[in-house]
Design a protein around this ligand. Structure first.
Ligand SMILES: [Zn+2]
Ligand SMILES: [Zn+2]
Length: 69
């Protein structure tokens, strides 16, 4: 039987204050992949549907994107 010494675990300094999200990553429409800056729906805010945000109502409905027309 081997006895393992329980070594003192080094407590890592986990800084949980670093959780603020950076909004630098540009969102893209899950339907057509258009970048948020190109979105036309909802005054450019996008159209939320099923937990995702689409570029326009038509794209959210799965019809056809009308932004890049
Ligand atoms: Zn789209
Ligand atoms: Zn669109």
């Amino acid at each position: 039987m081997e006895e393992k010494d329980i070594e003192e675990m080094d407590e890592e300094d986990v800084n949980e204050d670093d959780l603020d999200e950076d909004d630098e990553m540009e969102e893209v429409c899950p339907g057509c992949g258009v970048e948020r800056s190109e979105w036309k729906g909802n005054n450019g805010q996008g159209v939320p549907k099923n937990g995702e945000t689409y570029c326009c109502q038509d794209c959210a409905d799965g019809i056809d994107c009308t932004c890049a027309a």
